[in-house]
Design a protein around this ligand. Structure first.
Ligand SMILES: Cc1cc2nc3c(=O)[nH]c(=O)nc-3n(C[C@H](O)[C@H](O)[C@H](O)COP(=O)(O)OP(=O)(O)OC[C@H]3O[C@@H](n4cnc5c(N)ncnc54)[C@H](O)[C@@H]3O)c2cc1C
Length: 292
């Protein structure tokens, strides 16, 4: 059995103190939130730290609040607390629904949204949806506080763009408006999703015309990304846009640079994209913007 090496846990009182601790211990320190990825990686010697900076104890870093039409979700809010949040259910129900389907209840009760985004494991759900919702994140570190668009946070498999000693502090998600529809669909056989697809549509006349569309694909590629070519095809009169779904699915697949691997051939993944784009389409158009 693989054992964890010995380490010390430090409990900062603020994000700024956490950042100072990281700077003080240098490469020997890492940020510790729920630990669902970190402790596994440490057990397998993929990561080694003598000092863990426990950000879960920072007061208020797990809060979920509404400010100026945007939800501010603290980085240490767990998947479970987001799933159950009345605020999220009311103002962005598609995110609450996604969170209810992450992993299993034990992981959801411990794992945090911030940890999920920072770890950037390719087979994850939230970033793909957050891309079409045009979320941003806030980070705090030696250089102060800065906002990062979600598409600039994840740079590759297991790679984020946080600066040294920076802590992710919150995820800011615009609230849904009545003229918007969104859906997240995924395909999962094993423990983690094999494909995730987020779709967001703006329809001022209740589904007859689509003025804007956003679509993002995750899990079949090293990191999730939007597909601008497909987004153009999914705007205009609804009946016309619907006919272009196969073309849009091919555009998404082409942009994803699919390859053959243990999860299937590139042709199989292309087929999944066709199936799941159509599913997301119907789901988004039928999704209510606010929870019942
Ligand atoms: C069995 C299993 C099944 C899973 N299934 C799914 C699934 O279906 N869908 C899905 O999306 N995910 C899935 N996951 C991943 C899960 O969502 C993540 O493990 C969890 O969200 C990570 O959060 P954490 O708080 O535990 O992060 P930790 O393990 O504590 O940290 C992860 C990494 O992020 C860094 N970090 C954490 N917080 C911060 C911060 N605030 N600032 C800077 N760096 C930080 C840590 O240093 C570490 O490198 C699964 C995980 C497991 C174990």
């Amino acid at each position: 059995m693989t054992l964890l090496h010995r380490f010390d846990i430090h409990q900062p009182a603020s994000a700024s103190e956490a950042s100072q601790m990281l700077a003080g211990y240098g490469d020997a320190a890492g940020v510790y939130a729920g630990g669902t990825e970190l402790l596994l990686a440490m057990k397998h010697d993929a990561l080694q730290y003598d000092h863990l900076i426990d950000v879960k104890v920072i007061p208020g870093l797990d809060s979920i609040e509404l400010h100026d039409g945007r939800m501010e979700i603290g980085a240490t809010a767990t998947h479970r607390s987001i799933e159950r949040s009345a605020l999220v259910r009311e103002h962005q129900p598609v995110l609450a629904e996604l969170e209810s389907q992450v992993a299993n209840v034990r992981v959801r009760a411990t794992g945090t949204l911030g940890g999920n985004l920072c770890f950037a494991e390719p087979h994850s759900d939230p970033a793909t949806l957050l891309l079409v919702l045009e979320a941003t994140v806030t980070a705090e570190g030696p250089g102060g506080i800065r906002e990062i668009p979600i598409d600039k946070l994840i740079a590759g498999a297991y790679t984020n763009t946080l600066m040294p000693h920076e802590i992710l502090t919150k995820i800011v998600v615009p609230c849904a408006r009545p003229d918007q529809r969104a859906a997240y669909v995924k395909f999962q056989v094993h423990e983690r999703p094999a494909l995730g697809l987020g779709l967001w549509l703006e329809t001022p006349d209740d589904g007859r015309t689509l003025t804007r569309a956003r679509v993002a694909l995750g899990c079949v590629c090293p990191f999730p990304s939007r597909a601008p070519g497909a987004e153009k095809l999914l705007t205009g009169a609804l009946v016309d846009a619907e006919q272009r779904l196969p073309q849009a699915a091919d555009t998404i697949a082409d942009a994803a640079d699919l390859s053959d691997d243990h999860e299937g051939s590139s042709e199989y993944k292309r087929h999944l994209i066709h199936v799941f784009l159509r599913r997301a389409w119907h789901k988004a158009l039928h999704n209510k913007v606010t929870a019942q």
